[in-house]
Ligand binder design. Structure first.
Ligand SMILES: [Fe+2]
Ligand SMILES: [Fe+2]
Length: 171
């Protein structure tokens, strides 16, 4: 009976595409970890900053944390649908050196630049996933395209924040 079921599968879920599926699960796992690390970094950076002007950044990051957590869930669920397993915390390796707390907690430009770098990294990786999915997996492609849209919005917002500081010669 298992054979009949397998023969009914098409596209990325079929046996003949097991290799592509493995590769895609690896890319989705990387995306999952990027989202999880972003949640950690944005949480710290939405608590640490001091100063009147930091408040806008704090509020913005608080909103983003919820969205990034939602993205992590979406990536995890897609990994499962592709017959992969969402990894445990012991597999986690941190990479966001640029989003560590600054020496001075009023240094909001450091936070803004760190956020732009994190969003840019996500945008680059998600574009790669979308390209990989072309002609192979339209479902993952759609999902990641929507997430990419969110990240582009996040980056644009923080580019606007940075511009304000740049005009004053502070960035
Ligand atoms: Fe995200
Ligand atoms: Fe984002």
């Amino acid at each position: 009976m298992a054979e009949t079921r397998t023969s009914l599968r098409h596209g990325i879920l079929s046996d003949e595409h097991a290799g592509d599926r493995e590769q895609l699960i690896e890319m989705l796992t990387k995306a999952y970890w990027m989202e999880i690390e972003t949640v950690m970094s944005y949480t710290a950076n939405s608590i640490n900053p001091d100063g009147v002007r930091a408040q806008e950044i704090i509020e913005s990051l608080e909103e983003d944390i919820q969205e990034e957590l939602g993205h992590a869930r979406q990536f995890g669920e897609r990994i499962k649908e592709l017959y992969g397993v969402v990894p445990g915390s012991l597999d986690f390796h941190a990479e966001q050196s640029y989003l560590q707390p600054p020496d001075d907690q009023v240094d909001i430009v450091h936070v803004i630049k760190g956020v732009i770098e994190a969003e840019s990294g996500a945008i680059e990786h998600y574009n790669q996933i979308i390209e990989f999915c072309e002609g192979k997996d339209p479902v993952t492609q759609d999902m990641v395209t929507e997430i990419l849209h969110d990240e582009e919005g996040h980056r644009r917002l923080f580019e606007g924040f940075l511009r304000e500081y740049a005009i004053e010669g502070l960035a």
